[in-house]
Design a protein around this ligand. Structure first.
Ligand SMILES: Cc1ncc(COP(=O)(O)O)c(C=O)c1O
Length: 481
């Protein structure tokens, strides 16, 4: 079977509780006859890298829809949007304040742009063992300790749906004239309904990056970068737009796909006319699922069923579209649960960690999809439930960390492989990830602590997909000589 055949079989057999957000539900946004519209820059089709016509108009309408000042479509994912934004708004050698739970593209941008990162770590939610929000007070403290910071980059919502207080954080940064870029890759659906948190665009961020393919009905790889009229005004605002455009010209393919661009265009047209109806029915499906989840005895779903947002002191807000399924009170780990769900119940989730799984939803999900998931959870709850209550404590939350060596320098240094035990106290020479979510557990230049090596061991034991740049994890890790 080749890839094409496999994909056709997969989509017939498995319900996708994962991205892309169209969930194959083309009755909502219309069929896209992919091959017929796969063209290039010719008369009338405009040019993404120098837009003057039909693409420009579409992006202007999208900016209006979201309430941003400027929008550019991206066909290489948020990854490209993030690389471009960080490149555009920094100069080599600048110090940047970065949430430690950012996606790997942020670390790659720091490396490519030769920046000096200071990390702020999110608060931690012990009950679900996930990262909480970034505290505004911590951002303020970091700015006082490092007055030369030139840009702040945060992820909100996170892969698990946790939202930070962007209004408070942007206010603190703007008092010191520092722009805020928000990786809102998981939040392109925010701003259309009060059932979901306020978008970063409306909360004072200066640059916001969306993966339209994650939570909206757009094809994989589609994204958008927005510039907002917040800190920047007048000439500065024009300059920011110009710099972003130039940066996208560097990082983005010179042959942007019309199939991808038109899928963003179609989705935005759909939202301009139907967002109220679409989000009302989405909200109802989520609320109904949450109500039913009250019957689960062992499996917990974050901020759903009997769990409340108020129980999670480390969250500023939470995106109800994410279903974070905690398996702590079952006899299953994340990988085992995912396998049962796929093989027995024909549902594939988006992300698996040690003791939870993330199912991604969108307004294109069907009532039947939610019902299938709930029925599966209900059976698994009865079959594998156990009073196993354990709490993972994490002492890394709420810290400011300046790595001893920058990523750029660490990549250039002489390195050697050592065992995880030997690595403790040394400086890391490579990336180690669990993918997804693609947040480095170790980044080059960081001090390797016992806590982090223990995390690697437990993830490996639970069969979580671990990757390192050198490919030798968990046996060996690259450290600086
Ligand atoms: C928080 C976050 N930011 C950025 C990205 C990159 O997005 P894309 O896959 O659209 O390049 C991801 C990917 O999963 C992500 O989780």
């Amino acid at each position: 079977m080749n890839l094409y055949q496999y994909l056709k079989e997969y989509s017939k057999e498995i319900y996708p509780m994962h991205m892309p957000g169209h969930k194959r539900n083309f009755s909502i946004v219309g069929e896209t006859p992919l091959k017929e519209i796969d063209v290039t820059e010719v008369e009338g089709t405009d040019d993404l890298h120098d837009p003057e016509g039909i693409i420009l108009k579409s992006m202007e309408k999208t900016a209006e829809l979201y309430g941003s000042y400027f929008c550019r479509y991206v066909v290489n994912g948020s990854t490209c949007g993030i690389l471009s934004a960080i490149y555009a708004f920094t100069e080599r050698g600048d110090r940047v304040l970065v949430a430690r739970n950012c996606h790997k593209s942020v670390y790659n941008a720091i490396n490519i742009c030769g920046l000096l990162p200071v990390y702020v770590t999110p608060e931690y939610d012990d009950e679900f063992s996930i990262n909480g929000s970034i505290s505004p007070a911590l951002v303020e403290k970091a700015l006082n300790e490092y007055p030369d910071i030139k840009l702040c980059v945060l992820t909100s919502p996170t892969y698990e749906g946790v939202v930070s207080n962007i209004s408070a954080i942007s206010k603190i940064l703007h008092e010191k004239n520092i722009p805020l870029a928000v990786d809102e890759a998981h939040g392109a659906h925010l701003g259309f309904s009060e059932y979901f948190p306020k978008s970063a665009i409306k909360s004072g961020a200066d640059c916001v990056i969306h993966s339209t393919h994650k939570t909206l009905p757009c094809l994989t790889q589609t994204a958008a970068v927005h510039i907002c009229k917040s800190l920047w005004e007048g000439e500065k605002l024009q300059e920011a737009c110009q710099k972003l455009t130039e940066a996208l010209g560097i990082f983005e393919t010179s042959s942007p796909s019309y199939v991808l661009m038109s899928s963003i265009d179609q989705c935005m047209n759909y939202l301009s006319e139907n967002s109220v109806k679409a989000f009302e029915s989405y909200k109802n499906m989520l609320a109904d699922f949450s109500e039913k989840a009250k019957d689960l005895k062992y499996i917990k779903i974050l901020c759903k069923g009997n769990d409340r947002k108020e129980n999670h002191k480390s969250f500023y807000d939470f995106d109800s579209g994410k279903l974070v399924i905690s398996l702590k009170n079952t006899n299953l780990n994340g990988a085992e649960f995912e396998k049962i769900l796929r093989e027995k119940y024909k549902i594939q989730t988006e992300m698996t960690s040690l003791n939870y799984c993330v199912a991604m939803t969108s307004f294109c999900d069907s009532e039947k999809g939610f019902e299938m998931l709930f029925n599966a959870l209900s059976h698994i709850d009865q079959e594998y439930g156990a009073e196993n209550i354990f709490i993972n404590e994490n002492t890394m939350g709420g810290k400011i960390i300046e790595p001893p060596v920058s990523i750029y320098e660490a990549q250039k240094c002489q390195k050697e492989y050592v065992s995880l035990e030997e690595a403790e106290g040394k400086i890391c020479g490579e990336y180690v990830f669990a993918y997804p979510p693609g947040i480095p557990i170790f980044a080059p230049g960081e001090l390797i602590t016992k806590e982090l090596t223990e995390e690697i061991k437990s993830l490996y034991k639970a069969k979580i997909n671990l990757k390192s740049s050198g490919g030798n994890i968990p046996e060996k890790i690259l450290v600086l000589k």
